[in-house]
Every structure is written in structure tokens, then in C-alpha cells.
Design a protein around this ligand. Sequence first.
Ligand code: NDP
Length: 480
Amino acid sequence: MQKIANYINGALVPPNKSNYLDNYEPATGQVYAQIPDSSTEDVEHAYVAAKAAFPAWSTLSTDERSKILYRIASLIEENLESLAAAESKDNGKPEWLAKMVDIPRAASNFRFYSTAIQHYAAGAHAMSNKAINYTLRGAIGVVGCISPWNLPLYLFTWKIAPALAAGNCVVAKPSEVTPMTAFLLSQICIEAGLPAGVLNIVHGLGHSAGNAIVSHPNIKAISFTGGTQTGAQIAKIAAPMFKKLSLELGGKNPNIIFADCDYDKMLSTTLRSSFANQGQICLCGSRIFVERPLYERFKKDFVQRVAAMKVGDPLDKNSKLGAVVSKAHQEKVLSYVSLAKEEGGHVLCGGYAVHPEGRCKEGYFIAPTVIEGLEYDCRTNQEEIFGPVVTIMPFDTEQEVLEYANSVVYGLASTLWTSNISRATRMAQEIEAGIVWVNCWLLRDLRTPFGGVKASGVGREGGFHALDFFTEPKNVCIEY
Ligand code: NDP
């Protein structure tokens, strides 16, 4: 069985204590690899390597750093097929999706930041006839990056690329549930000539390896994407140590549909925004509010289209949904379907585990699920489910739907469907979310601020925002 390794000081190394964890293929329910169960000592080893690499990496010319990151982007593209196959096997997502979205986006993250750093500049402020202030932006030092399992390589690189571009050295931990493409990235970094110690990837559990990164006294910044509760735990440790913190957390996003929308575009996009990646994208719209005149038509068409979506082997090109990421997650998602029923919800389609014929019969599949008849403020409509489950609810007025949309503790993303530009502008202002998509979903420009408000996080990734996070500004004031 394959045993993957940590990537420390430019080499692939086993964990210090030789402890390993099983790695499951969600589509078959079988263990197929073993991953390091790294300890505090492994994280310390990684930190020491990163610290030693920092002086040379942070002073390397921007041009040289940029060239290496660009090379990593190209190698990710060259390895598209094998990376997509690995991502699909590790996570359960359809292979076509990994090929179309996850891996190309991981390459884009490196390419984007390899060029963004060339255009990054700090300001100057003249005080008339008196003095000039100029701001320096330097790398922080050794930083920590911790990422979740839903978009493994995509989100891992979204943190690592700007951290490295800005001149930091990194100790990173991917989710222990989906470590494989981070391991393959280590091999790519070696091939690309990334100097030893600049990036260190330590595999293992959140409460051991993750916690060791967060509580390390000399890892000066933590960029974390994951659940809100974990984010709160991390903040509790990192805040008293005065670390810089970027937290991208959970969501419970509204999808608001007005009767005057472009119906066909809305319907096909809503299928994606509800069930892409088995609904395991923090940006999926899991609460669908439909203006009453359109409600019955939408319900009929949507349920018909959802019921026809094929759930099955991620290797099958016709599978619209693959497996959810783990047995525990499958149970959690299905427990919310039971809760919805207890709360008076009516399941219009799905709501059960699927056992495909053949090699996937032991896999963790769930039929895409649509539920109606729930109040906006019940637990099913307030808590993050993070699976292929959506609720649909009618509304009558803008004011009413805004109240529903903003009633949750989260504020990550939202989607609005209307052809009335005044209404869209008005509502976009009022929705409590870091991202508002109008007549589209998941249309991403990497220059834009990305992140949430309320319990969905603190800070913004994307564009120069990430470079601001991964650098420390210093103002110099010269009187003349
Ligand atoms: P978790 O919070 O469970 O884990 C995220 C990462 O943190 C994993 O690598 C995990 O390791 C690690 N971790 C867990 N506990 C600790 C700890 N005490 N100290 C340090 N690290 C720790 O999230 P999931 O992996 O379950 O991901 C799903 C969540 O991520 C959802 O809530 C989703 O909304 C959110 N998310 C947010 C996004 C955003 O941009 N806002 C984007 C994508 C997902 P381990 O795997 O071992 O637990």
C-alpha cells in the first residue's frame, strides 16, 4: 500500500514517530494509502527548515521567485491528468470536475501570484514641504497554512502561492482526509527547483499537527480555511500570541430568485450552485428563496432536474455527483435530513444514501436532496450541512427575503436572480455577505476580495489582499 511522506527541507521524509493514518477512497469505502500522523516534533523540524530558508528566499529577486512559482504552475498543468485522478480518488468528486475545476485552478493560483507579486507596490505619502512617508512591505517570516478537504489542492495552493510569492517560508498542513494532491505537489516543487525549506508540508491531524502549527511561538501568521468552530479554537490560541490571522470559515448561503429572472439560466445554474462537488463547496447556495409567483413552476422543474442527476462512480463521465468525503460526513448530512423531517420538512427528492452497483457499492453516496415546508429560522435552515441538501421556500417581498437571508450567523456568499438592476443594486447592498453574485454563480476573478463576514470569517484572500496579509507594512517618515 502506498505510504505518503512529509515534505520537509526539500526532501520527502517519514514522520518522526513512524505513525501513520489510514487514507480512504470515499467512492469505495476502502483504505488505499497511509499518511503520516505527524507530531509536534515533525512540525518543529519543518519550522527549523523554514526559518533557515527564509533569509535567502525573502531576499531573492522578485523575478527569480516569480519564475519558480510560474514553473510550479506549469508543472501542475502538465500533470493535470494524474492530479485530477488523485484528487477524485482521494475526495470522491467526479474526475471530470477535478479536471475541469480543481487542478486548473490550482495552477492558476500559482500563476496568478507569480505575476501579481511583480505588480505589488506599497504607498508613499507626502506631507507638503515638510516630509515624505513611504511604506515598506516585507515578508513576515515563517507562516502557517491550514486547509480543508472539500477543494484540496485548489484551497491549499490559494494560500501557499501568495505566502511564497510575498517571500515567506511556509509550514502547511492539508486536511488529513484528503492529503494526496498536497503530497504530489511536494514532488512538483522539488522538480520545479523550489529551494529546500521554503515550503514544508506536514501531514496529520488537526488537533496534533495542526495545533502544533497554530501554537508555535515563531510561526507568525496563520491562514486557515475550514469550519467555524475550528476557526474559533485557532483564534483562541493565536490571538493572545498576536499572530496575524486569516480565517475563511463556514457558510449557509442564500440563493434568492425573483420571478423576473432569466429562468433557464437561473435553473441550470441553481442545479450547479446547489449540488456541485456534492454540495461541499463553502459557496454553494443551500437556502433557496423563490418569489411566490414563480415558486410552483420552479419547484416542479427543479425537482424533476435534480431527481434526474446521476449519482455514482466518480470515474463515470455521466456522474453529476460523486461520493461525499467520508462515512462520518455522510452520516452527518443524512442526520440533517432526519432533523428536517422532525422540523416539519417535506423531502421532495433524495434524502437517502445511494449504493451504486459494482466497485462503488460500499462508497459514501447521497442522492441530491430538496426539502420544502420549513421555516427560515429552524435548525435545518440555520446550520451548515455542507452536503447535497437544499431547502426551498417562497417569499413575497424584498424586505421579507432580506430578513430570511440575513437571519443566519454566517455571511460568506449569496446569489441573486433578477433582471431588475435597481433591485439587484439595492439588495446587494443589504445582504450580509462577503460575496454577492447577481445572475451568476462561482464566477471568479482572482483579483477580487474573497471572504466572509459574521461567523464566516475574518479578513480577505484574493488579489493584493492576500499579499497584504502575507506582508508586514512599515512606515518610514523622513522630514526634510
Ligand atoms: P475543519 O475545520 O474540520 O478542518 C480544516 C483544517 O483544519 C483541516 O486541515 C483540519 O485537520 C485542521 N484542524 C482541525 N482542528 C484543528 C486545530 N485544532 N488546530 C489546527 N488545525 C485544525 O474543516 P473541514 O476540513 O471539515 O472543512 C469543511 C469546512 O470548511 C466547512 O465548514 C466549510 O464551510 C469550510 N470551508 C470554508 C471555505 C471558505 O473559503 N470560507 C472554503 C472551503 C471550506 P483535520 O483534517 O485533521 O481535521
